[in-house]
Design a protein around this ligand. Sequence first.
Ligand SMILES: [Zn+2]
Length: 158
Amino acid sequence: MIVLKPDKRLKQRFKSIDFNTLSLVYSLLFDNIYKVSKKRSFNITLKLTSGVYSYYCFDQIGSNVRINISEVIFDEKEFHLVLLHEFRHFCQHKVLKIPWSRKYYDDRTEESYTKSPSEIDADNFAFISEFKVLRIYKRMVKFKKSLSHLNAFKGSLV
Ligand SMILES: [Zn+2]
């Protein structure tokens, strides 16, 4: 399972996003590529960060990791795209075991950066999955709301 844990500022900025439901969607995405017999859960802290770059650090050990989201992002759709991109870097690191080497990631120039295999892969993943992820996320939010009348205890026959 994937548990997305937005920090206070991020939560404040994207008030309308239901991060619990979004975590379920990301869990599905992850389950699809995480093919091991004993699966573990990962907590991904989402931290609103100063500067224009969003990033996932490839040196993070264990199952508690962090994705930094740039503070310049206000648009919800852009946030989802960036999160998917960085989440893919997390998958490259933790599941696909892509080495953090110049062959896969080269940020010496703007051009080498955009042509880095790890970047191309993350962009493709984000672009292709965004529509599907948002569609199922919205449906799940709706489904969750539709269940709310079941919440109260009703120990008598209706
Ligand atoms: Zn990237």
